[in-house]
Each structure stands twice: as structure tokens, then as C-alpha cells.
Design a protein around this ligand. Structure first.
Ligand SMILES: [Cu+2]
Length: 140
């Protein structure tokens, strides 16, 4: 198998795995995945090892965001969010302007957590419903 064939094969494998993540309950299908109901992250708390890429999958019919709290991530790491905003204020403004950062039904967002610590995040349109979550990253 030459390199190009290998890449094409690997790519289709990823797509297949993604489709397998979704189920009817709004729950994710894998260890390092967070699904979503209409107003909550599932699970709300997830513990992973440093260096893990977590996939946030919108398993609901509502549009959500995954947005770090401005004071909710360890020193030495950067703000993270759908839409790749640089701050919580920027993410909120983007959402209010034109729904930037919105994750629609079936879409997913990935973030890799390299530094141990606690990462608190929320969904901008559903903060009033207490749609918040936390990723706890443990040292290897
Ligand atoms: Cu939401």
C-alpha cells in the first residue's frame, strides 16, 4: 500500500468512527467524547490524561457552543472555544452578532488538553439553563 492509499483509507476510517459516535440518547459513544442534550453536556464532567484530544459532539437538535470560562483554565494554557475566539467576551460577542461558534446538530469540535488541571466551559445560549461542563486533565 503506498502512502496515498494509506491516507485515503485512514481518512474514511475516521469518518466512519465519527458516525458511530452518535446515538439517540444524546450520549457520546467513546471514552474521550462529550455529547449534548438540548440543555446539557453529557457527561458534564470528564477526566482524561494529559495530551488527550476530546471530541465535543452535538448529539442534540439544538445549536450549542463549547466556550471556556475566561477564568476557568490552568495558567500557561490559552482560551479555547468553538469558533476559535480569543476570549470569553469575544466568543459571546460573536455568538450574539451572527451565531459564530455555534455547533449545529451532528457537528463536532475537538480540543487537545496538554496541561494537567481543570478546564471549565459552558454553552453561551444555554448558560441560563446551567449548561456547563468540566474537563479534568490528569498528569500522565
Ligand atoms: Cu447549548
Amino acid at each position: 500500500m503506498d502512502r496515498r492509499t494509506f491516507i485515503a483509507t485512514a481518512g474514511s476510517g475516521v469518518a466512519f468512527a465519527l458516525a458511530g459516535c452518535l446515538d439517540a440518547q444524546g450520549d457520546p459513544g467513546g471514552d474521550n467524547e462529550v455529547g449534548m442534550s438540548i440543555d446539557s453536556f453529557r457527561p458534564e464532567e470528564l477526566t482524561v490524561e494529559a495530551g488527550t484530544t476530546v471530541e465535543f459532539v452535538n448529539t442534540s437538535s439544538h445549536t450549542h457552543t463549547v466556550t471556556a470560562f475566561q477564568d476557568g483554565y490552568p495558567d500557561g494554557t490559552e482560551f479555547w472555544s468553538t469558533g476559535e475566539f480569543g476570549s470569553e467576551d469575544g466568543a459571546v460577542a460573536g455568538w450574539n452578532d451572527d451565531r459564530s461558534g455555534g455547533l449545529f446538530q451532528g457537528e463536532s469540535y475537538e480540543h487537545t488538553f496538554e496541561v494537567p488541571g481543570e478546564y471549565a466551559y459552558f454553552c453561551i445560549p444555554h448558560l441560563d439553563a446551567d449548561m456547563v461542563g468540566e474537563i479534568r486533565v490528569e498528569p500522565l
